[in-house]
Design a protein around this ligand. Structure first.
Ligand SMILES: Nc1ncnc2c1ncn2[C@@H]1O[C@H](COP(=O)(O)OP(=O)(O)OP(=O)(O)O)[C@@H](O)[C@H]1O
Ligand SMILES: Nc1ccn([C@H]2C[C@H](O)[C@@H](COP(=O)(O)O)O2)c(=O)n1
Ligand SMILES: [Mg+2]
Length: 243
């Protein structure tokens, strides 16, 4: 397995420029389409507290989100889960989403942000963990434009590729993308398109980098103080929002 990951790493640089070019093109198209926010941004009764949860495939985002929900009362919105729900419900975008997920590609931002927005609007909570999003600069800009908000903090679970591959291949949850072929593609996409987003938040001083190797409880002990330190920020938020 390790050997396969090493060879994958060496192929990343050759594929990166193509992926980046595609992303830059899509970003340009997106920006040209979104001079005005579509469908109106969310209007809040109380200021939301938004956490983006980032990290490579299998780095443990969902696992840590469950612990954050239990301990700090956040609402967990996993972009991947919302997209899988669309596939399962045979919605109009279901086939397109399934194809993207199997190929390890990123679904167009407008589709994903609409799903997130719907969940945020119908929630009584104002503390959100948005897991696996934004995966690209296009995702990030779409969120800002369609939701009209930015994250308060961003968590980044930093995990070696070897560990991510092992975790994904032993996950056993029946996911169509938990196989070595899709995983190799997802790792390339993560490096080419998601790392720039992580750097963006690092430059803004919003990033909390967490070493994602260790037991689930050990990792959570790095996460806990981040939220303890934010409690004052969200204690002024209420529990209702409206459109
Ligand atoms: N610290 C850990 N040590 C060992 N295994 C872990 C750890 N954290 C999570 N796992 C396991 O690794 C697998 C991947 O974890 P999880 O689903 O939380 O990752 P993820 O970042 O949400 O992945 P994806 O981006 O593919 O949704 C799961 O089977 C989970 O039980
Ligand atoms: N912002 C996102 C999040 C997810 N996807 C697609 C592509 C991913 O490989 C897949 C699974 O996501 P995960 O459960 O690993 O977070 O869903 C996307 O296109 N855009
Ligand atoms: Mg997950």
């Amino acid at each position: 397995m390790w050997r396969r990951v090493i060879s994958l790493s060496s192929s990343i640089s050759s594929s990166k420029s193509t992926l980046s070019n595609q992303a830059a093109y899509r970003l340009k198209v997106w920006e040209s389409l979104t001079t005005e926010p579509k469908g109106g941004i969310v209007s809040w009764d109380k200021t939301p507290f938004i956490t983006f949860v980032l990290g490579g495939p299998g780095s443990g985002k969902g696992t840590q989100c469950e612990k954050i929900v239990e301990t700090f009362g956040f609402t967990h919105l996993s972009a991947g889960d919302l997209l899988r729900r669309e596939i399962a419900s045979n919605s109009k975008d279901g086939t397109m989403i399934l194809k993207a997920v199997i190929e390890g590609k990123i679904v167009p931002s407008e589709v994903t942000v609409k799903l997130i927005k719907k969940e945020m609007e119908s929630s009584d909570n104002v503390k959100f963990l948005i897991d696996g999003f934004p995966r690209t600069e296009e995702n990030r800009i779409a969120f800002e434009q369609m939701i009209g908000a930015e994250p308060n903090i961003v968590l980044y679970f930093d995990c070696p590729e070897k560990e991510m591959v092992e975790r994904v291949l032993s996950r056993n949850q029946g996911r169509v993308d938990d196989n070595i072929n899709t995983m190799e593609k997802r790792l390339k996409v993560f490096e080419a398109l998601s790392l720039p987003v992580i750097n963006y938040y690092s430059n803004k001083g919003k990033l909390h980098k967490i070493d994602a190797v260790g037991t689930v409880d050990e990792i959570f002990e790095q996460v806990r103080p981040i939220f303890d330190a934010c409690k004052d920020n969200w204690s002024t938020t209420g529990d209702k929002m409206r459109i």
